[in-house]
Design a protein around this ligand. Structure first.
Ligand code: NAD
Length: 342
């Protein structure tokens, strides 16, 4: 039997990426939905042939506990709501995949981990690039020092925000601006290419180009990660300009980079040695990510992208904000103890 996944929050990512990916997965399938919109419920029911008993709204959702068709709840709401639904799903006895960023506060992230642990269920974060060949190759080349020790990393990721999802510039729902949404890819990319968690961060907000649109959150932000051996990573994120989505590593004996690095497809890489090591296929990342999680559930294996990794990143994102707000270098040594997985 394929494991049943219920998507909770049927916005752009669920409808554009996750539901189509669940038509390609081998170990799991779209079995249910949780939505506040009766119109969406009717449309999805017909489009994906969903059983009535597998369709929930946010009030009836807790009854999912009694539904053996649903093994996994995938939380795809605005960021600040992840915690409530991930906790309720765990309390209902379900495994959980939660979108990035895991939460907007450290307390929420801890609450989510505790709820899954208490329920004896797995919790993973929607870090799809850990299952994507180009990014996996960056991890491998960086962590094995294939081009010698890493010296410097560069990454950017951002887009010109058009306000089609207003919650993204509402601090209460998003937890922050482009750093929470797009910068998290650069943070992740630098950590998994280096294979270490940074020991300190410095950061500076970009000027606010549109003070009305960005009244609540940053328009953009540049930050530097500092690693224990002196390696640095310079990153930039923005909602005010289109940035490439780049991940570049400069090592003692050459460089390697992805550009674009973080999209759903069309990723491409090159290296100073022209050795073809980053000439790799593009795959359906979400299908690979969800099948990996289903495999972990079926065979009781740890996920590569656990809640603890999500918590670590929430802590680092908040450290970057603190660095930008204070103008001071912020040490992350306490964060490091949390998880050694990169
Ligand atoms: P979206 O606005 O298109 O969808 C959010 C959904 O949540 C909507 O269907 C909305 O109705 C629902 N919702 C429930 N309660 C809500 C409330 N109180 N206020 C507003 N909406 C509410 O956003 P999206 O782009 O689908 O993003 C959803 C989540 O997925 C975010 O956490 C985002 O960071 C993440 N995401 C991840 C990726 C990825 O590549 N991993 C890509 C896009 C989005």
């Amino acid at each position: 039997r394929k494991l049943g996944v219920a998507l909770l929050g049927l916005g752009k990512y669920s409808s554009g990426q996750l539901a189509p990916a669940l038509q390609q997965t081998k170990l799991c399938r779209l079995a249910g939905i949780v939505t506040g919109s009766p119109e969406k419920a009717a449309k999805w029911k017909q489009q994906y042939q969903l059983a009535d008993k597998n369709i929930y709204d946010y009030k009836t959702f807790d009854r999912i506990a009694d539904n053996p068709d649903i093994d996994i709840v995938y939380v795809v709401t605005p960021n600040a709501l992840h915690a409530e639904y991930a906790v309720r799903a765990a309390q209902a006895g379900k495994h959980v995949i939660c979108e990035k960023p895991m939460a907007t506060t450290v307390a929420d992230a801890r609450r989510m981990i505790a709820a899954s642990q208490k329920a004896g269920k797995k919790l993973s974060i929607g870090y799809r690039l850990h299952f994507e060949p180009h990014n996996q190759a960056m991890m491998h080349l960086g962590q094995t020092q294939a081009y010698g020790p890493l010296k410097h990393l560069v990454s950017d990721n951002g887009f010109r925000f058009g306000n089609d999802t207003p919650w993204r510039v509402d601090k209460a729902l998003a937890g922050g601006g482009p750093l929470m949404d797009m910068g998290i890819y650069s943070l992740q990319g630098c950590i998994y290419t280096k294979g270490q968690v940074p020991i300190a961060v410095t950061a500076k907000f970009d000027p606010k180009t549109d003070t009305q649109l960005f009244k609540d959150v940053e328009a953009g932000l540049k930050w530097q990660l500092q690693f224990a051996d002196g390696t640095t990573a310079d990153c930039h994120t923005s909602y005010a300009e289109n940035l490439d989505g780049r991940l570049r590593a400069e090592a003692a004996n050459g460089w390697f980079e992805l550009q674009p690095a973080f999209g759903y497809g069309g990723l491409a890489g090159s290296t100073s040695k022209n050795d073809g090591k980053l000439n790799l296929p593009n795959i359906n990342q979400q299908a690979a990510q969800m099948d990996d999680f289903a495999d972990c559930v079926l065979h009781n294996k740890p996920t590569r992208v656990p809640g603890e990794m999500g918590l670590r990143d929430v802590q680092l994102l908040l450290a970057i904000y603190r660095a930008a707000e204070t103008g001071q270098k912020v040490a992350t040594t306490d964060v490091q103890k949390l998880i050694d997985r990169t």
